[in-house]
Design a protein around this ligand. Structure first.
Ligand SMILES: [Zn+2]
Length: 328
């Protein structure tokens, strides 16, 4: 995907005349969020608006290319890494974005906006999410999603946006604190309103990890992941039923849809299999119980489960969730 760009109608003076300093942003890992935090801004848009006087991401990309010299991108937006000259400018003390900017602080508190948006996405997913009977013995479903949403709204779970996660193909990550669960954080690679249903499914995936964590039952890491991906895939299919069934008929899934074809096949098959059941039984979603998935009559379920398991394994060797250290 090319970076979305548009030339600003009025190009700003660069660098901003009243800046009090410049900062080299070309080092890998620097992004608007941690840059803003480093200089005391909670809302990265304040810094963006100071530099470019716009809150249109397409214009921001134009400036990043023309003035900052960015050329590496994540598919949608430019990243700072390796930019030349690679400077962003710092506003004088007490500078505040003027009125008329929707994303700037004052108009909207960014640090509250992100959790609120995340929670509302989770509640939306709760409308379509079935109840799953899980291998750990409990039930994951709409109420677990709503509970996770509440924890986010109450600040019991922090939500942080970290765009550089996308370099490692991470969409979201639930990092929990093994010392008592006080500092659980949901890390997102982008704002929750970007990325559509694929990123909502990713939030559901992390909600499963949060639920596994709350239950405190020891699980094998691979099983925890299989469970999270199974719920993730089924909810994704439910949110995109027509598109997914078309992909199944066509026998392929374009990578631009941002979702793994084997997971879709698994999701569609699971929904067909449980079409009339009150809940979806995931108790056999286990990494070490492969033979149970063979249906001697048709052999069919295993046809879907085996590629699904392979996909999960592949995704997880690339992007292993750091804190899921249960698997010995
Ligand atoms: Zn996971």
């Amino acid at each position: 995907m090319p970076v979305k760009m548009s030339t600003p109608r009025e190009i700003v003076q660069w660098p901003p005349a009243d800046h009090i300093g410049q900062v080299d942003v070309s080092m890998v890992g620097t992004n608007w969020w941690n840059l803003a935090n480093r200089f005391g801004y909670e809302n990265p848009w304040d810094l963006i608006i100071y530099n470019f006087r716009t809150e249109d991401p397409r214009e921001v990309n134009w400036y990043l290319e023309q003035f900052v010299g960015c050329y590496i991108h994540d598919g949608d937006n430019y990243l700072f890494a390796d930019a030349a000259p690679g400077f962003i400018y710092l506003p004088p003390p007490h500078w505040r974005p003027g009125g008329g900017f929707k994303r700037a602080s004052g108009r909207r508190d960014y640090s509250r906006y992100i959790p609120r948006l995340t929670a509302s996405r989770l509640r939306k997913a709760a409308h379509v999410c079935p109840t799953f009977r899980c291998s750990s013995g409990g039930f994951f479903g709409p109420s677990a999603l709503r509970e996770f949403a509440s924890q986010i709204e109450n600040g019991k779970v922090n939500v942080t946006v970290m765009p550089e996660m996308r370099w490692a193909n991470w969409i979201a990550l639930y990092a929990y604190d093994s010392s008592g669960g006080k500092k659980n954080t949901l890390l997102l690679s982008q704002e929750p309103d970007i990325g559509g249903t694929a990123s909502t499914a990713a939030l559901v995936h992390e909600a499963v990890h949060a639920w596994q964590d709350r239950r405190g039952k020891l699980m094998f890491r691979s099983d925890a992941e299989l469970e999270a991906y199974a719920v993730d895939a089924i909810v994704y299919v439910l949110m995109n039923r027509r598109k997914c069934e078309e992909a199944m008929r066509a026998g392929h899934w374009e990578t631009t849809h941002g979702y793994d074809y084997n997971m879709i096949r698994f999701g569609v098959a699971a929904l067909q299999r449980y079409a009339y059941a009150p809940q979806i039984d995931l108790r056999q979603i286990e990494s070490r119980m492969t033979s149970q998935w063979l249906n001697p009559a048709t052999g069919k379920w295993e046809d879907y489960y085996a590629p699904f398991r392979t996909s999960v394994k592949e995704a997880e060797t690339k992007d292993w969730h750091e804190r899921m250290e249960y698997d010995g």
